[in-house]
Design a protein around this ligand. Structure first.
Ligand SMILES: Cc1cc2nc3c(=O)[nH]c(=O)nc-3n(C[C@H](O)[C@H](O)[C@H](O)COP(=O)(O)O)c2cc1C
Length: 338
């Protein structure tokens, strides 16, 4: 039987258990890592998690006005290096989540900000009307991701995660509602996945195959004309074949915010059957449920985000609770104390 606390490997990355702090964006000004961020990450690292994915990190200076951290120029590397050192002191891996926000950002009255997107469509969440990207811009954004990944490596990160979920720019390429292009980046799922595959390939060229690259994908956009499960599985297969190190399965989680229980379980289970190591994120709260998933499916890792805000040492508590349990799968499953 597999244990949530197995010391295990994800590709080349040695992990002390199967729990990952999923990305939570860090508010900061000017894109720099701040001391409070280092203190918070160190507390979570001390609290027993195996890896931390940073909040979305901007790859392009064009988005510098958004108050999250950045890796869009070399001047940001020093702060990230301090963050990585603080986390590594606790035998915890640190993954930089790379993002281009696009029309998911509310620009409000700041009409001087022109968001770009696969097509000129109003964002359902923010109302931001985007300008359709030109082919040259598509290639430029791919390069921005690759350059930021190289900086992450230089800063001492253990890997990067490409943010292709939650309606951000790369995710929009997969979503028929947002992607109405008629060129090689729109239409069929082969075409809609091209932006992500090319971005991944560019990152590999910049960082090499020994540097872990993860992806966070929506299995369900939660909108009409969103990605289908078939399309999602197609992209998982394509990325796995291309050598991605892990796939974090997410989706539009906001309708589920009060739910306890992994609401993307079905899609993550299907993905894990044919893919690179799979991380399931969203609603993971009960050790008994995660233990069952670990032993009944091919899902191997569990992403948790919001609970760490009030309990940075959540995983240490999980471990203590597990140790108190009598041996035996059946008793374990019946426990409702988590
Ligand atoms: C305040 C906040 C900020 C978030 N920022 C990010 C982010 O930067 N990147 C990302 O992929 N997901 C982000 N998420 C989503 C989480 O990673 C996760 O997918 C979601 O919260 C569901 O997991 P949970 O039920 O364990 O909280 C954020 C969530 C919250 C609550």
């Amino acid at each position: 039987m597999k244990s949530l606390f197995d010391r295990t490997k994800m590709g080349t990355l040695s992990m002390r258990n199967r729990f990952i702090r999923a990305a939570v964006s860090d508010t900061t000004f000017g894109g720099f890592v701040e001391e409070t961020m280092i203190t918070n990450y160190a507390a979570i690292a001390r609290g027993g998690v195996a890896a931390i994915v940073t909040g979305m990190t901007l790859v392009d200076g064009e988005e510098h006005m958004f108050p999250v951290v950045a890796l869009c120029s070399d001047s940001f590397i020093l702060g990230h290096r301090k963050l990585a050192e603080a986390v590594h002191r606790h035998d915890v891996r640190l993954i930089a989540q790379l993002a281009y926000i696009g029309s998911y950002a509310a620009v409000g009255d700041n009409t001087w900000i022109v968001a770009i997107a696969p097509s000129s469509v109003s964002n359902i969440v923010t109302g931001t009307l985007a300008r359709e990207m030109r082919l040259g811009e598509i290639k430029l954004i791919q390069k921005r991701f690759a350059d930021a990944a190289a900086r992450a490596r230089e800063a001492g990160y253990d890997g990067v995660e490409i943010h292709c979920a939650h309606g951000l720019l790369l995710s929009q390429f997969l979503t028929p509602y947002y992607n109405r292009r008629t060129d090689e980046y729109g239409g069929s799922i082969e075409n809609r996945s091209r932006m992500i595959i090319e971005t991944y390939t560019q990152i590999r060229s910049a960082t090499g195959y020994d540097f872990p690259v993860w992806v966070k994908l929506n299995c369900d956009d939660g909108i009409e004309d969103g990605i289908t499960e078939e399309d999602f599985l197609y992209v998982c297969g394509l990325l796995s074949k291309a050598g991605i190190d892990a796939i974090e399965v997410s989706g539009n989680w906001t309708p589920h915010i009060f739910k306890v229980g992994p609401y993307f379980r079905a899609a993550a289970t299907a993905a894990a059957d044919n893919s690179a190591p799979t991380i399931i994120t969203g609603g993971n709260r009960r050790v008994s449920t995660m233990h069952e998933i670990l032993n009944k499916t091919n899902i191997e890792f569990f992403g948790i985000a919001r609970p760490f805000a009030r309990e940075p040492d959540l995983i240490d508590r999980f471990r203590r609770e597990c140790e108190k349990l009598p041996a035996g799968d059946e008793k374990f499953r019946k426990s409702s104390s988590f």
